[in-house]
Design a protein around this ligand. Structure first.
Ligand SMILES: [Zn+2]
Length: 168
């Protein structure tokens, strides 16, 4: 463990990013944590540096820098659903016309329009299914990336000397 050094200053002292993040959220006055990192009474975090000078980073800033990846929102796919419903209704009305006609009779132009709407409604359903599948795929990809980031985040450390974030 001691062999892992901060890529910025070479310090071997570190904390888990998640711990710093959670400490920041449950911060209370007077609370101190070990090693080179402490909490100032004004809510700032003190990170000691090699030269002995003390640098103050606001607790909220440090905590947000150490915050975990954001879970992606599920989206898309159903956006065109109302349009598809409208097309389907037109399609089924056209289909009825093709079978029963209007008041028992059908005109050539009416049949052509009806066939067009039936065709359109089939296309609409195919398109909607395609869009839905594509968005499901995209959501799955996003979640996969999110889990990868989360795994990396769990390994992320913050140097208690200079505040650099790194994955060993
Ligand atoms: Zn460092």
């Amino acid at each position: 463990m001691a062999s892992v050094k901060c890529p910025n200053c070479g310090s071997t002292e570190w904390k888990q990013a998640r711990m710093v993040y959670e400490d920041g959220r449950s911060f209370s006055e007077g609370k101190t944590s070990g090693m080179a990192m402490g909490f100032g009474s004004d809510g700032s975090t003190i990170v000691g540096s090699t030269s002995g000078t003390i640098r103050r980073i606001s607790q909220t800033e440090l905590s947000s820098r150490c915050s975990p990846p954001i879970r992606p929102e599920k989206e898309g796919g159903r956006l065109f659903a109302p349009l598809v419903v409208a097309i389907l209704m037109a399609g089924s009305a056209s289909f009825k016309y093709l079978i029963y006609g209007m008041n028992g009779s059908r005109s050539v132009i009416g049949s052509v329009i009806a066939i067009f709407f039936v065709f359109l409604s089939i296309c609409g359903v195919v398109l909607q299914v395609g869009l839905y599948k594509a968005s499901e795929n995209e959501n799955a990809q996003k979640m996969k990336k999110y889990w990868q980031r989360l795994l990396e985040y769990d390994r992320t450390r913050i140097c208690t000397r200079c505040g650099t974030l790194y994955v060993p």
